[in-house]
Design a protein around this ligand. Structure first.
Ligand code: DHB
Length: 388
């Protein structure tokens, strides 16, 4: 097989890149080791920055998003028995969209296949070759047969545990790392959310987040020790803990727990995000802790920058944007890292005692939810820094 850009990974980064390249008349093939059903079913963070939703709409993949996404003016932050509203729309004129990552993936797969795009699911034993000079190749097995894609460039969109990043010689890149001493137990429930926008709760017993996937479906999270076993938690315990941490600011209706799992909390950045003709994008290059839901948004930002760079290369032979890809993408990535780290440290419990840091955190939350300047800063970052 031969294509212009070989894309490893059919997550939001790989699929969106393939879609944007197609619109620019550039050929790509996407390979993915999971099944299509798995990619379309895996519940992930559901919060979309304003410009990401707009990009999906402007590029013809916003039809279901327009119909089904919940559009929020802001968020609530609860602490000390009180819920305070931060109104992004009033502060900066932007709204955010609640639409699960799996819905974005579902819509992009349908669009790519509808446009005649090639996505090969359930490939095995993927490896990448000759991206450090010669003609890059992607080798894998598909349907039992050995396959090879020869391409001009490889886009590594295969996530944090993918094969692309570790294929770069160790001396050519560096990872910047921060591991947090807690995780999130996340549940999907058949119950109405306690508020029509998200509530981020700071509580003595730990952080909790009340999000949603529809008027009768909630997505709820509680801070737990790292590597907690989700099965240790009974449904009654989960509901009890959620109710306690909500702190009485809203009534909480219980319902059936449909899914549960633990999300690890980590910040990670690879520098540079390019080696020869291999370009990393999304989780393959960087991950954020979930607080503020920047993961998918940063992935889409990477491929927006990368697709424009490929476009310049193929249209005019201009190499400046490709050469600048890593620097341009990392500029936004580090701001996303900074914001995710900041939200995480502000809203989580770091010790069992009420100590200096706890008091400082309460003062910070009080300030951030009371000062127009501080709320504006949060709103700008949460709804998405300018892209252009
Ligand atoms: C969701 C997840 C987040 O981490 C967040 O900050 C907001 C929303 C969600 O899954 O809905």
């Amino acid at each position: 097989m031969r294509t212009q850009v070989g894309i490893v990974g059919a997550g939001p980064a790989g699929l969106m890149l393939s879609h944007l390249l197609h619109l620019a008349g550039i050929d790509s093939i996407v390979i993915e080791n999971r099944s299509r059903a798995y990619c379309e079913a895996r519940v992930r963070a559901g919060l979309m920055e304003n410009w990401v939703a707009q990009l999906l709409i402007d590029t013809g993949v916003g039809e279901r998003l327009n119909r089904e996404a919940m559009v929020h003016d802001g968020i609530y932050v609860a602490f000390g028995g009180e819920a305070r509203h931060i109104d992004f729309h009033k502060l900066i004129g932007k709204r955010v969209y609640i639409y699960d990552q799996k819905e974005v993936v579902t819509d992009l797969i349908a669009k790519r296949l509808g446009d005649g795009g090639q996505i090969l699911f359930e490939v095995e034993d993927t490896s990448i070759h000759d991206f450090d000079g010669g003609r890059p190749k992607i080798r894998f097995r598909h349907g039992g047969a050995a396959q090879e894609i020869e391409c001009d460039f490889i886009a590594g969109c295969d996530g944090f545990h993918g094969i692309c990043r570790p294929s770069i010689p160790a001396s050519a890149w560096r990872g910047y790392d921060r591991v947090y001493p807690f995780g999130w137990l996340g549940v999907l429930t058949e119950s109405p959310p306690p508020e029509d926008e998200l509530i981020y709760c700071f509580h003595e017993r730990g952080f909790a987040l009340f999000s949603m996937r529809g008027p009768q479906v909630s997505r709820l999270y509680i801070q737990v020790p790292p590597e907690e076993d989700a099965d240790k938690w009974s449904d009654a315990q989960i509901w009890g803990e959620l109710e306690t941490r909500l702190g009485g600011v809203r009534p909480l209706k219980r319902g059936k727990i449909l899914q549960k799992g633990v999300t690890p909390m980590r910040s990670y950045v690879t520098e540079p995000m390019q080696h020869g003709r291999l370009f990393l994008a999304g989780d393959a290059a960087h991950i954020v802790p979930p607080t503020g839901a920047k993961g998918m948004n940063l992935a889409i930002a990477d491929v927006r920058v990368l697709s424009r760079a490929f476009e310049a290369h193929y249209k005019s032979g201009g190499e400046a944007l490709l050469k600048d890809y890593s620097r341009t993408a990392l500029n936004r990535v580090w701001k996303g890292q900074r914001f995710s780290w900041w939200m995480t440290q502000m809203l989580h419990r770091h010790s069992d005692e009420i100590d200096f840091d706890t008091k400082r955190q309460i003062a910070e939350i009080d300030y951030v939810t009371g000062s127009v300047a501080a709320m504006t800063s949060l709103a700008e970052n949460y709804a998405g820094l300018p892209m252009e």
